[in-house]
Design a protein around this ligand. Structure first.
Ligand SMILES: *Cc1c(COP(=O)(O)O)cnc(C)c1O
Length: 376
């Protein structure tokens, strides 16, 4: 938590749950990528946090955007982004949404199937298209494989057909899985993409862009490899697999741009036990799976917590949300411990909560409002 966020929380009596984002941290994260991967064009993954103040800041700093829907595209345009810096990267789009994006000036589209490529050809003639490759995502806390990406062979075949469809075969993208804590998948994915570049080049088809996607991890409860190491791996891998013919590089970080900028302040509603003989306490917060903590599904993303009594004697807890749904339990097996003195009314801060929290909240399940947001 930055001093700016701490002061804001201390000086304003905010209703909980609330998310406070320090925009300076977002700017610093953006500049860090520019320093570590100077050759990469950044397309911020809007879904991580689409708040207008974030999009305005990044647009002014010169970032592009990875948008997944027409409303996301419109938000980026409203933030002042030129259409040329917006990539419609969702591989699952309605044809009329492709047409609308094209009308709005978008000329860069992702696909991972023949059927999607045909829709782009029909609704966005002459556009640049890039194919999303299925890659290994083991080591990712929040894997994105299975649902997206095609085989290398299919990627090559589809890119070959693009010119006949009136499209420009522009490049390849992949996503190694979100919160990817292993360095190997980057190298494997870059190697696999390079093979397709070489194969097509031998036939006279020169792809121009390699999009490395997102996946850059942030520290939650555990340490993660530093961004320096990941970017060094990427630079080495690009040189190893592409030699002196490195294509234009794009990245689509989401989490790594916004996560550490934000803190969610919550209030303890109830601390109870299932039986007096059981040491484990149930701690119910005023935020849960439906209020913004969607990424606790499967106890995947394990947020670091701060309480006013940190440092005092702790005991095991189950952490749950306030709604009347039994899936609204965040952590039962992850080994969380909280101070024994914890009681209703205490405030708990959830750290690094700036990504994938605001828009994944339900509109008000059980009458509980989504997390309130403050951008400072
Ligand atoms: C979600 C997403 C990203 C961002 O991933 P992070 O792990 O948050 O960096 C990037 N690209 C695509 C296509 C995505 O769907």
């Amino acid at each position: 938590m930055t001093p700016k966020v701490a002061n804001f929380l201390a000086s304003s009596a905010l209703t909980t749950p609330c998310l406070v984002i320090d925009l300076e941290v977002i700017e610093r994260s953006f500049l860090r990528f520019r320093e570590l991967l100077p050759q990469a064009a950044m397309y911020y993954a809007v879904k991580a946090n689409p708040a207008p103040s974030i999009l305005n800041l990044l647009s002014a700093a010169g970032a592009g955007f990875d948008a997944a829907s027409v409303p996301e595209i419109e938000s980026c345009l409203a933030a002042g982004s030129p259409p040329a810096l917006i990539s419609y990267s969702n591989t699952i789009k309605k044809q009329r949404d492709i047409a609308r994006a094209y009308e709005l000036g978008i000329k860069l589209f992702a696909f991972d199937s023949k059927e999607e490529l045909a829709k782009i050809a029909a609704a966005a003639p002459g556009s640049r298209v890039f194919c999303r490759l299925a890659v290994e995502s083991s080591g990712a806390v929040w894997p994105l494989d299975g649902k997206f990406g095609c085989s290398s062979r299919m990627a090559g075949d589809l890119l070959r057909t693009a010119p006949d469809l009136g499209l420009e075969p522009y490049g390849i993208s992949f996503h190694v899985g979100s919160q990817q804590c292993d360095l190997v998948p980057w190298n494997l994915a870059i190697g696999r993409a390079a093979m397709i570049f070489r194969e097509l080049s031998a036939e006279g088809l020169e792809l121009k862009m390699l999009n490395l996607g997102g996946g850059f991890p942030v520290p939650y409860r555990s340490e993660v490899p530093p961004l320096d190491d990941i970017c060094a791996t990427i630079r080495t891998s690009l040189a190893q697999h592409f030699g002196n013919r490195i294509p234009d590089i794009a990245i689509e970080p989401g989490r790594a741009i916004v996560a550490t900028s934000g803190v969610i302040r919550t209030e303890v509603v109830l601390v109870s036990r299932r039986d007096e003989s059981v040491p484990e306490r149930w701690v119910y917060l005023d935020i849960g799976k439906f209020g913004g903590l969607d990424e606790t599904a499967g106890e995947a993303i394990q947020y670091a917590l701060r309480t006013p009594a940190d440092g005092q004697e702790c005991g095991p807890v189950v952490l749950a949300g306030p709604t009347c749904d039994s899936v609204d339990v965040m952590y039962q097996n992850a080994g969380y411990q909280l101070p024994l003195s914890l009681c209703p009314g205490d405030q708990i801060d959830i750290l690094a909560a700036g990504a994938y929290t605001t828009t994944t909240a339900t509109v008000g399940f059980n009458g509980f409002s989504p997390v309130q947001q403050y951008y400072i």
